[in-house]
Design a protein around this ligand. Structure first.
Ligand SMILES: Cc1cc2nc3c(=O)[nH]c(=O)nc-3n(C[C@H](O)[C@H](O)[C@H](O)COP(=O)(O)O)c2cc1C
Length: 358
């Protein structure tokens, strides 16, 4: 066996183990932020007692990545690359297809080392032929593209295998910093992103994983041609917490447990760049756990909203039926907010004012 083949096998085993640990820890430990919140709890809609519309005319459908989706909602990137990951992806994809909302796959890094792992990602497109499906890769792998360690063809493959409508690049320096086997070489990421934007046929989405995107970071990625940003802010799942459990200390008093920009603050900072970058599309995620909060995120400037941990927990604990029920409930609640604020469409909801809670 050549040195590089055995190195790839080792790296593929580590990636699979890591993805397994993530699901295991998320399901069995307290991985929420402790004192930091998303910020959505401090604002409220102003009730409109004269909405002047018929509830049956309220329509939450939007177009996302050139496809019509039933509501501005998606299941955020989570998993793949190991046996249970394939089962989870199959479940999430079949529900998303039935409900008509997009879904992201977890990091496809393992596919770069081991094509045998393609299956656990490909299953998503097999189960969900019509919805937008998002591929996913880490920023440090994208940096290697610029350092000539990977070729652009490797990234074409990530997109092709799942028929991705977009490729998400997750920028997760906090997670890598605390991850036992983390890669903290973030030099060259922006150049790598620029190359992807230039070469891929689909859009590139830049995303955090729960520590938020600042206006400065957003401006830098928008300047190289990115048009979609998922703020994935703080207040929901603490990825430093998850990595602390993995390295065996689970120290909830660690100063980085609650590190990051709260989701609402990050969303407002990024959405404020629209006049400068009119093509910008913003995804709000990070601690959004119900339909009313999702509606608040839209009214704060998001085009669509994503959630990860809540949907994973419901899918695994309650199965298909419970997950469908939960997503249906979110959509009903988004429609309820639209009715009670006089918003017929999601474009109208974006104009609705939120008021600071007293
Ligand atoms: C089990 C699990 C695995 C995840 N894996 C990835 C991943 O591979 N790539 C990624 O971009 N985000 C990943 N995430 C992060 C989520 O997409 C999301 O940004 C983050 O969890 C915050 O959202 P939440 O508060 O709704 O969980 C993962 C989340 C969970 C719960």
């Amino acid at each position: 066996m050549s040195k590089s083949t055995s190195k790839n096998k080792e790296s593929s085993r580590t990636s699979a183990r890591r993805k397994h640990d993530h699901v295991d820890i998320v399901l069995n430990k307290d991985v929420a932020f402790h004192s930091k919140t998303t910020g959505f709890e401090s604002v409220d809609f102003v009730h409109n007692a004269l909405p002047e519309l018929n509830f049956s005319d309220v329509d939450p459908a939007v177009v996302f990545l050139n496809k019509k989706i039933i509501a501005p909602l998606m299941v955020s990137c989570m998993t793949g690359g190991f046996a249970q990951g394939a089962t989870i992806n199959r479940l999430l994809a079949s529900v998303c297809e039935e409900m008509g909302i997009p879904m992201g796959v977890g990091s496809q890094r393992i596919m770069l080392d081991n094509p045998l792992k393609d299956k656990s990602f490909k299953v998503v497109r097999d189960m969900a032929p019509s919805i937008p499906v998002l591929g996913n890769i880490g920023a440090t792998e994208v940096a290697k593209l610029h350092q000539d360690e990977y070729r652009i063809d490797d990234f074409y493959r990530l997109v092709d295998v799942i028929g991705a409508d977009a490729l998400v690049v997750h920028c997760n320096p906090l997670q890598e910093l605390l991850q036992p086997e983390g890669n903290t070489n973030f030099s060259g990421v922006l150049d790598g992103i620029a190359l992807l934007v230039e070469k891929l046929d689909c859009p590139v989405i830049v995303k955090e994983v729960g520590a938020g995107i600042s206006d400065d970071v957003a401006r830098r990625v928008l300047s190289v041609g990115v048009t979609y940003i998922d703020v994935a802010g703080a207040g929901g799942t603490s990825w430093s917490g998850i990595e602390m459990y993995r390295r065996g200390d689970g120290d909830s008093s660690h100063p980085f447990w609650d590190w990051g920009i709260p989701t609402r603050e990050s969303l407002e900072m990024v959405a404020a760049l629209r006049p400068e970058f009119p093509a910008l599309r913003v995804i709000a995620s990070g601690g959004i756990y119900d339909g009313v909060t999702a509606a608040k995120a839209i009214a704060s400037g998001a085009d669509i909203v994503g959630a990860a941990r809540v949907f994973l927990e419901t899918g695994i604990r309650g199965g298909r039926r419970s997950l469908k029920k939960q997503i249906r409930r979110w959509i009903e609640d988004i429609k309820g907010v639209m009715f009670l604020t006089g918003a017929r469409s999601v474009i109208d909801l974006r104009q609705v004012q939120l008021k600071k809670r007293r």
